[in-house]
Design a protein around this ligand. Structure first.
Ligand SMILES: *Cc1c(COP(=O)(O)O)cnc(C)c1O
Length: 363
């Protein structure tokens, strides 16, 4: 954090916990961008883009990569390039990004029928969940065969266990169905578990890594896979108008993030852990384990006797009180208040949240 510039949002707030997209490039990152060697990446001649793509492919143990504008674009390209024989379906978690937050893109771009699955354990998809929803045949033409299984890790900040990914990958291989990992925050999962990106990626044909979430870049994501798959994705990307010329200026931010921001992620996770533990000790309930950089606060608090009471105003109170202290929260997600940390959220901010929450809980 040696080169962290002071973060002030336009509204004059010091810290923004709504999302880990709320980062600003550091002085070091900006300098890397300014000094990046550039060329025309549509011609395959931008050395910085090429370097980032090689680096991402290597980290994931795959042959090739494509630097894209966003994780949504990476996911949509992956779905389009895996589902080459419509009508086909894809299996995903009911609350996955590809299902909930990509504008219905899979239906629009890929003619995909999405099969959103509620996991039996209510947390993450398992092979048993996937097995139950596989469509292996068109059954006299009335079904849309499964053409893709889309996983997500981390999943709203919670780590999907490697064993479940391995079991799903084995099932998929048995039926020759490709697997895509929306690994927008796979960086976080890897830091938290010590499992390498490559080890996670072994369970998938394609992986998407976001650079503008906790990695702190202003723009960008990388899609990795086989050379054949990435060639196809590059073609589709260009067809969607996603060919960008001297994109090395942005790729440089990605390379900087891998070397300098990613190693600091464990500090964000430790701060998140401390904040989550304090909030739980005060009587807040989490709706999912705060494994990495996100805290999802339920809309009720524990009573002294261990029961819980509805406290709908709690979120509003906390949001307003924090705002007065220069901390923005307030992304209410599935009825819970979401606090997201990243490398520019420091201990001072966490201390303010703890003190403010304590005051509200005891008032
Ligand atoms: C944010 C996010 C995306 C989309 O990222 P953009 O870069 O905003 O398009 C995709 N998947 C997951 C899991 C995300 O959290």
């Amino acid at each position: 954090m040696e080169d962290t510039v002071e973060i002030k949002t336009e509204a004059g707030h010091n810290w923004d916990l709504r999302s880990d997209t709320m980062t600003k490039p550091t002085a070091g990152m900006l300098s890397a961008m300014v000094n990046a060697p550039l060329g025309d990446s549509v011609f395959g001649e931008d050395p910085t883009v090429n370097k980032l793509e090689r680096r991402a492919a290597e980290l994931c143990g795959k042959d090739a990569a494509l630097f894209c504008v966003s994780s949504t674009m990476c996911n949509q390209l992956a779905i389009r390039c895996h589902l080459l024989n419509p009508p086909q379906s894809l299996i995903c978690h009911l609350r996955s990004h590809v299902y909930e937050y990509e504008s219905g893109g899979a239906s629009m771009h890929s003619q995909a029928m999405m099969i959103p699955v509620t996991p039996a354990n209510s947390v993450n998809l398992t092979a048993a969940d996937v097995q139950k929803h596989l469509i292996l045949d068109n059954f006299m033409g009335i079904k849309a065969p499964t053409g893709l299984i889309a996983l997500e890790n981390t999943f709203h900040g919670t780590i999907m266990p490697l064993e479940d990914m391995e079991d799903i990958a084995a099932l998929a291989r048995e039926h020759e169905i490709p697997v895509h990992i929306d690994g927008s925050r796979l960086w976080n999962a890897s830091v938290a578990t010590g499992i390498s990106l490559a080890e996670y990626s072994r369970n998938a044909d394609s992986v998407n890594l976001c650079l503008s979430k906790g990695m702190g870049c202003p723009v960008g994501a990388v899609l990795v896979g086989s050379t054949k798959f990435i060639n196809k994705a590059r073609h589709m990307c260009k067809a969607f108008g996603g060919g960008w010329h001297q994109a090395g200026i942005l790729a440089a931010a990605g390379l900087f993030a891998i070397d300098h921001i990613w190693p600091t992620m464990k500090e964000s996770h430790a701060l998140t852990r401390r904040l989550a533990d304090e909030l739980v000790a005060m009587g807040f309930d989490l709706i999912a384990p705060a494994d990495t950089n996100m805290i999802l606060l339920a809309e009720h608090k524990q009573n002294e006797d261990g029961g819980s009471s509805a406290s709908e105003k709690l979120h509003v109170q906390l949001t307003d009180a924090l705002k007065a202290k220069g901390v923005i929260v307030g992304a209410v997600y599935q009825g819970c208040l979401r606090l997201v940390l990243h490398h520019q959220i420091d201990a001072q901010c966490v201390n303010i949240v703890i003190a403010t929450a304590k005051r509200i809980m005891h008032s």
